[in-house]
Design a protein around this ligand. Structure first.
Ligand SMILES: *Cc1c(COP(=O)(O)O)cnc(C)c1O
Length: 392
């Protein structure tokens, strides 16, 4: 088959399956109000959970740092691209999450694509939650280890997988807050499982950092009954700076020996240009704002309000105490219809379809921000209830 026929066939298959995705271009700043052409939407679809993406303090840090440090870092961290600002950010993030050492990476995708390979070899086993993020799945594929998936948050199933394999060391991999469901992983139990199997637990906290746990310190602080911290003994945390932190980039946090090994062997750390120092300066300002605590507190007020009102409107949302709230729809066409009906009313809500989620579990993904106003949440829920009633 030649290229043009193949492309046409692929395009047709996407259209038939209602899987075609279209982007639009916004103008101005990212935020809870988004301008698209002449229209303004109330935005319930971004990962900008604390309203930092468009925050003036971050713009100012970026501009000031760029004026002093220029733009490009010029090289990878290990050559000559590691600036004092990168160093400061690593130290500040380590103090924030309570780890010995932090290493910055260019993005969460880059972190996840490199870590499994850097941490395992042929004799090892990787156990991965079935609903882990696509970037983790890709990273695990690149490693030479044996790979087994376990049912979502099912410790017994994970243990069973381990018992059926012969292996030297084990890497247990989980999202902290699951990106398409909003629930929090049973991290304490996963760590016990991991310890039983000569393991290391890797937690991807892209949606937990700044959002859950005391002071927004993430899932390691949110997963215990008393909210006490799970230490970094045999735990590695991956956090991103492009979601609640409103910037761009990612980091891994853990014990010094582990981080040193990653810095020497993670290909997606070594063979790429270090992020611009001004971006690191910007992330430092974001961290200062997160540490003040007000933004995370406001976000939780909104989360609690949304959950209680959604129940009052009898909307079938999944249980979630994170900023990700999910209304399970099932059918791809229905979810597109609902999302289009909401867009007509001026609301942006994510319509999530396979392959991002399992077949038959298409859903509306409503993300909350500290900057949403009560009236905006009220109006969304009213329109959502109407859309679901009209549709039947
Ligand atoms: C967004 C996301 C990533 C990727 O992070 P980027 O910094 O956007 O590349 C990784 N893991 C999870 C769970 C995510 O939601």
């Amino acid at each position: 088959m030649d290229w043009s026929n193949w492309l046409a066939e692929q395009q047709l298959a996407r259209q038939k399956g209602n899987l075609q995705r279209n982007r639009f271009a916004y103008s101005g700043r990212q935020g809870s109000i988004l301008s698209v052409g002449e229209s303004q939407f109330i935005n319930f679809s971004s990962n900008d959970y604390l309203g930092l993406a468009g925050h003036p303090a971050l713009s100012q840090s970026l501009a000031e740092s760029a004026a002093v440090n220029g733009v490009g870092s010029g090289a990878s961290h290990l050559v000559c691209g590691h600036s004092e600002i990168h160093q400061q950010l690593e130290a500040a993030l380590a103090a924030f999450v309570g780890a010995e050492r932090v290493l910055l990476l260019s993005s969460g995708y880059m972190a996840n694509i490199g870590l499994p390979q850097a941490l395992t070899s042929r004799d090892d086993l990787i156990l991965s939650d079935r609903l882990n993020h696509a970037s983790l799945i890709d990273g695990i594929r690149l490693s030479r280890a044996k790979k087994r998936r376990f049912r979502h948050c099912d410790i017994e199933h994970a243990q069973l997988q381990a018992e059926q394999q012969k292996f030297s060391r084990c890497l247990v991999v989980t999202d902290g807050v699951f990106s398409m469901d909003g629930d929090i992983a049973p991290i304490q139990e996963l760590r016990l499982l991991s310890n039983k199997n000569n393991g290391l637990l890797l937690v991807d906290d892209a949606h937990g950092l700044g959002v859950v746990g005391s002071g927004g310190r993430g899932s390691l602080y949110a997963s215990t009954a008393g909210g006490e911290f799970i230490d970094f003994e045999s735990v590695l945390l991956m956090g991103t700076l492009g979601k609640a932190f409103g910037c761009y980039g990612a980091f891994v946090a853990g014990n010094a020996n582990l981080i040193e090994h990653i810095s020497q062997s993670c290909r997606s750390y070594i063979y790429t240009t270090a992020p611009p120092p001004a971006i690191a300066a910007c992330a430092l300002s974001a961290l200062e704002l997160v540490k003040q605590g007000e933004l995370t507190k406001n976000l939780h007020t909104n989360i609690q309000y949304f959950v209680s009102q959604a129940k009052a409107y009898d909307l079938p949302i999944l249980t979630s105490s994170s900023a990700i709230q999910v209304l399970l729809v099932g059918d791809n066409i229905r979810v597109m219809n609902l999302s289009n009906m909401l867009r007509d009313k001026g609301f942006l809500v994510g319509a999530i379809r396979p392959p991002t989620v399992p077949e038959g579990t298409a859903r509306l993904r409503i993300t909350l921000s500290s900057t949403h106003k009560v009236e905006q949440i009220d109006r969304l829920l009213i329109e959502l209830r109407k859309a679901m009633d009209d549709e039947l």
